[in-house]
Design a protein around this ligand. Sequence first.
Ligand SMILES: Nc1nc2c(ncn2[C@@H]2O[C@H](COP(=O)(O)OP(=O)(O)OP(=O)(O)O)[C@@H](O)[C@H]2O)c(=O)[nH]1
Ligand SMILES: [Mg+2]
Length: 398
Amino acid sequence: MHSRCLGFQRVTTSCCGKAGHGTSKNRIGNRGEDKVLQVPIGTVIHLQEGEIPSQVENESPKDLDPWELPGSLVEDPALEENLGAHQETMPESVEVDTEEASVTRHLGIPVEDCFEDSDEEIDQIRYNVAELTQQGQRIIIARGGEGGLGNVCGTRYVRGSKFAKSVIRQTSLKSMEGDAEDEEDERSSIKAGSLGSESVLILELKSIADVGLVGLPNAGKSTLLGALSRAKPRVGHYAFTTLRPNLGNVNYDDFSMTVADIPGLIKGAHQNRGLGHNFLRHIERTKVLAYVVDLASGLDGCRGVTPWQQLRDLVMELEFHEEGLSDRSSLIVANKIDEDGAEERLKELERRVKGVRIFPVCAVLEEGVAELKDGLKMLVDGDGEGSERLKLENICVD
Ligand SMILES: Nc1nc2c(ncn2[C@@H]2O[C@H](COP(=O)(O)OP(=O)(O)OP(=O)(O)O)[C@@H](O)[C@H]2O)c(=O)[nH]1
Ligand SMILES: [Mg+2]
């Protein structure tokens, strides 16, 4: 498992067949190469236009042609051009939205908000047509066009020369228009390959983590991620320090797990309060949830709500985002145990919340972190069946 930058990216692609070679009579040009998409694990494909001609295939990366390595769609355009010149192909229409940075800033926003398309175009998007969730998976997103025909007369053009290419292009244009004169020209000119299939895709990268840290703002999630792993997320004594998910790797000798620190949730996030709750899509595939609560919240006249109320709000927001999202192996991290009055709060928390294990932790001093790691490992290692889930009916707030 690993992480990459998260966001949306639009890809338009097609691939033409190669021109027929003019060296021998009616020699057929090669079919255009299929466009294979290989992207980071966790990519979801939404289809805006066209069809995808294949299903996701599982293939070991070792079996791949080195020329089909991931990112072939976003490689250097100059390289693409050179390759095209050698292969006598028509120019390929491979466009990738290069404004990835600006798109990434839209993280947590639904796909339709990321592009300036009309409502009608957005309505046509077919969501989740494919997901690439395992190492080495690939999918053909456009078939190459059929190869063109060669002809003896074509030999008078020097292969690869500018003039020959312009003839190929002109002939191809004619063939696309279905010009009747084509029939007659067949014996005297080279026929370019036909256009390949075309599709417009929107790629969405969802992080895949083993553990998702969920909690209200300021509960100490980012501090905890720093204590669990080598990640160094930003920490602040104010709410909403974290604006996009952070990921960290927790390593054991023979085991490693990925932990995602999710921006703080507040009651009413599903109605777009705070940062909203769309970034919760990044934990849709996490195996384990760690609810991080601030034991000191609301103590000594400070602002905030009790830990049990925090838990209730969190479970409700998860369920509002997606029914059943809270139905997975869970534990509670009772953070800030070092604060005055936190020990008593912990005891009350244990009385009020049943069904899941509670780990008292001081994330800043890294106390209780080793026990928490073991608890997380057990849940991540387990098959999830019969393990502990936090249920609303097991949280007593009155
Ligand atoms: N006393 C005490 N303070 C802590 C502890 N853990 C975190 N804090 C403090 O709590 C504040 C919030 O910490 P963050 O890690 O940024 O909290 P967060 O949950 O990531 O907050 P958001 O990103 O806003 O959701 C910071 O001032 C931390 O230093 C702890 O164990 N004890
Ligand atoms: Mg944070």
